[in-house]
Design a protein around this ligand. Structure first.
Ligand code: SF4
Length: 451
């Protein structure tokens, strides 16, 4: 048996791709077994480059893998590998670099054995990704180790927001055809999964590249009609692409399988119109405000998560306050706060009026505090209610209790036996624990088969 380990940095798409590679290796007849870091014959590091820090952490992870696995072949892939192969090739001990374009084939290179790199240029397979127009189907379905598997249905992005390196790392938008999405969801349903999280880089563009062209709403309708899985969640969707149809679908889906969770993670980035324009974002603050109000008007308990990008060049105190005030005024459930990071190769890298790091830090701190308050208020609303929870495979590490997630993205803990895992349970929420998570007791009167 050859042992391998995979280290993953970055977003859900990267995680999904790593899980697919892992399954392709384990399920092959080539004698591969997954192992802990430190005992591997092959280590794959799946890197991220979304911020300077993520790129730096990716290089650190590569060095750490080399130190921890003496003698192992070190294969580096992912977004940092695609955009900066030379930086990774400069690390002594890297044996092979594979860009995103060939990531879906990485298992084949591992089957063929990666030679130890002993001198000269580090072998790198990183052709330009800009011209790729077909969705590269992953080598396996990403499941295992997760109650709610991710399913990658789309890759790439055509938007080129002025701060974003992702289109350079991932190429143009391309989609997994509907039939294949349905097929993979069918497989997940047969494996016993109850929920799937649809992931992509720019999921709102889903289907525009297919022939005939289709869209995310059509896909969600087809998933619902197929009824192969109980819940469907969309990982993240751009404000301009969260259509009325999609919101209505979530609002009308309270019974039956295949329904869309009332949970929308929306990248706002800034609440200031001038900054949004400089970012090349195709909406304004009023549009976003109406969108959130529209969702909550139809789905009062919906979880609305918001990404903010703080400290974009030219973000004055007033511009930041506009973002802060907009979020403060809206029924947002949680925030992800990202400090602006100038990425070489993007227009914003050379924009004037760069903001001091100390100012960015201060603004992020305030915004994160607002996010904590929003989350607390959102969770608090569950006290005294009965939540339907999909119970996870693993218990809470700290207190050993069962944990699960509601359709509107609220984590819940409660006591119960192991055989409740991967089932839907009704939990009466009684209080918020000191770590902020709602706690309750299982409602013994009804057991749900599906929810
Ligand atoms: S929409 Fe903008 S922020 Fe999102 S991946 Fe595309 S370029 Fe980046």
């Amino acid at each position: 048996m050859k042992k391998f380990a995979i280290k993953t940095l970055g977003c859900k798409v990267n995680q999904c791709e790593s899980e697919a590679i892992q399954n392709a290796l384990v399920e092959s007849d080539q004698g591969f077994a997954s192992c802990d870091d430190g005992m591997a014959d092959v280590v794959i590091v799946n890197t991220c480059t979304v911020t300077r820090k993520a790129a730096m952490q990716s290089r650190q992870a590569v060095r750490q893998a080399i130190r921890a696995n003496p003698g192992a072949r070190i294969v580096v892939t992912g977004c940092h590998a695609q955009t900066a192969p030379a930086e990774l090739a400069a690390i002594d001990g890297v044996d092979l670099i594979v860009g995103n374009r060939d990531k879906h084939r990485i298992h084949q290179q591992i089957f063929a054995e990666v030679p130890k790199h002993t001198g000269g240029d580090t072998p790198a397979v990183c052709p330009d990704i800009a011209g790729v127009d077909q969705f590269e189907v992953l080598p396996g379905i990403a499941h295992g180790g997760r109650t709610r598997p991710f399913l990658k249905i789309q890759d790439g992005c055509n938007s080129f927001c002025t701060y974003c390196i992702v289109p350079h790392a991932r190429g143009r938008s391309r989609s997994l055809p509907i039939d294949q999405v349905l097929n993979q969801i069918g497989q997940l349903g047969r494996l016993g999964y109850r929920e799937v999280v649809l992931t992509g880089i720019h999921i709102g563009c889903y289907g525009q590249d297919l022939t005939p062209a289709t869209g995310l709403y059509d896909l969600l309708c087809r998933i619902r009609a197929a009824g192969a899985i109980d819940r469907v969640r969309v990982s993240s969707i751009e404000p301009a692409e969260l259509s009325d149809d999609i919101i209505s679908l979530a609002a009308s889906g309270e019974d039956g399988p295949g329904r869309l969770c009332p949970h929308f993670h929306i990248p706002l980035q800034s609440g200031d119109d001038r900054i949004l324009k400089r970012m090349h974002r195709p909406y304004g603050r009023d549009y976003f405000k109406e969108l959130v109000q529209n969702i909550i008007g139809r789905l009062p308990d919906a979880a609305i998560g918001v990404d903010t990008l703080i400290g974009f060049p030219g973000e004055t105190d007033d511009a930041f306050e506009n973002t802060y005030a907009l979020i403060h005024s809206l029924p947002v459930a949680y925030l992800h706060v990202f400090p602006f990071s100038a990425r070489e190769g993007t227009p914003a890298f050379s924009f004037k009026e760069q903001i001091l790091t100390s100012v960015i830090k201060k603004r992020c701190k305030r915004m994160r505090r607002l996010g904590t308050d929003k989350r607390r208020a959102f969770y608090k609303r569950t006290i005294g209610k009965t939540a339907i929870v999909l119970v996870e495979e693993t218990r809470d590490r700290a207190d050993g209790r069962l944990k699960g997630l509601t359709d509107n993205y609220i984590p819940v803990r409660f006591d119960g036996p192991d055989d409740l895992t991967n089932t839907f349970q009704q939990v009466d929420i009684q209080r918020i624990l000191s770590d902020g998570v709602p706690e309750g007791t299982k409602n013994e009167h009804r057991t749900l088969v599906s929810a």
